[in-house]
Design a protein around this ligand. Structure first.
Ligand SMILES: [Zn+2]
Length: 224
């Protein structure tokens, strides 16, 4: 890769991180972002930086096993989850991982009740996801339990990703319970669109659940 291309990918990656920061999705230095540079080379955010002020100095190269290349900097603790996504989804060029409260709360509450996926259905905004051309679509977001042992977590996620990557409905994202959401895209604009759409879809889902409960309780009062 020539220097000009690398510079433009760095700027694209910073654009994704700044977008998430502007939306309030990466509080308190949380979240991490990466771009595929070559088959065995990934550009990723360093650990513990405020994403609103992210610069090129906060990006570093890692190999396909998540190890730092030519740098004494510390890559994101979740690097293995990034390299895994690039391995499974050959068209993924950028990955965004954010810690919004709606994604953390929804995944936490559902998994606690033994529900291991979110089904997003009937929203026009689903069409913002690549390959989806109708609101009449069911988007599945798998939920995995959170774990500080990233290698163990990656091992748990891997078979599910491979299975869903090869299904007729492409996977666009997954959730870590009480933690956040991972999504990816083949271009910078597609990645930002996925972040924006999934964040709004999850908020809409939560709102729908709350309203359904209120309406149900109201109907119960009328019946009794
Ligand atoms: Zn995280």
């Amino acid at each position: 890769m020539n220097v000009l291309n690398l510079d433009s990918i760095k700027q694209d990656l910073i654009k994704v991180a700044h977008f998430c920061a502007t939306k309030g999705l990466v509080p308190a230095t949380s979240g991490n972002f990466s771009a595929r540079i070559a088959s065995r080379e990934i550009l990723i955010t360093v650990s513990g930086k405020d994403k609103a002020g992210l610069t090129e100095a906060d990006l570093m190269l890692i190999d396909s096993l998540g190890r730092a290349k030519e740098s004494s900097l510390k890559p994101s603790a979740e690097s293995l989850l990034h390299t895994q996504i690039y391995r499974v989804f050959s068209n993924a060029q950028f990955i965004a991982h954010f810690h919004s409260s709606s994604s953390a709360v929804l995944s936490k509450v559902l998994l606690k009740r033994g529900i291991k996926l979110v089904k997003l259905e009937g929203f026009e905004l689903l069409k913002a996801l690549s390959g989806v051309d109708t609101h009449d679509h069911t988007e599945i977001l798998p939920i995995f339990p959170n774990n500080q042992d990233i290698e163990e977590l990656a091992n748990l996620i891997q078979p599910v990703l491979y299975k869903l990557a090869n299904s007729d409905k492409p996977l666009h994202a997954y959730l870590l319970a009480g933690h956040g959401l991972y999504t990816w895209g083949s271009t910078v604009s597609e990645t930002i669109r996925h972040v924006d759409a999934l964040n709004t879809l999850i908020e809409s889902y939560l709102l729908e659940m709350q309203l359904n409960k209120i309406v149900y309780e109201k109907e119960e009062t009328v019946r009794t």
